[in-house]
Design a protein around this ligand. Sequence first.
Ligand code: IMP
Ligand code: MG
Length: 188
Amino acid sequence: MNELSNDIERILIDAEELDSIVRRIASEIDADYSYIDGRKNHLLLLGVLKGSVVFMGDLMKHLKTPAEIDFMKVSSYGQAAKSGGSVNIILDLFRSDLPETDILIVEDIIDSGRTLAYLADYLRLKGARSVRSAALLDKPDRRETDFEPDYKGKIIPDEFVVGYGLDYAEKYRTLPYIGILRRDIYEK
Ligand code: IMP
Ligand code: MG
């Protein structure tokens, strides 16, 4: 038994369900990118560090469409268990081929929507040919923008979740499932 699992209230999405969600998203992406615009697509999977790494790793294995990968890191101010106000770029994307690049932002979760809305605008302004986004999890109750990802895994209730890359204070990323964190862990 993983000692981290003592801090989990309950498992929300187990490893098997995660696998089927990720396969479904991969096939949706393949349907959109491989065949519609043929070989003109130049897909770049852009993972948002660090929460997306497990999702990204699984997603890329299931894609049939050839893709490059890259990463950006952003931070938002605020409490660890809440999404913050403004978005800051910690690690930027530097490429000279953005006008020929179709970016798919890969994100762990969309909450207020600020991170994805900001990144999508930023990458369009930087000159990317197209920008879409995929979010494994969606907490629609907390949305503060009208941003909607093009690909979505699962809608979840307004609970703080960890595992499969998602953290609380840098912990729990290694858990192989998505679990609801016990409230007493973050409400002190
Ligand atoms: P947004 O900008 O409010 O949409 O927030 C997105 C970011 O907040 C995600 O990339 C996560 O880093 C973080 N986040 C939001 N909800 C959770 C959660 O339940 N668990 C872990 N991280 C979360
Ligand atoms: Mg994140």
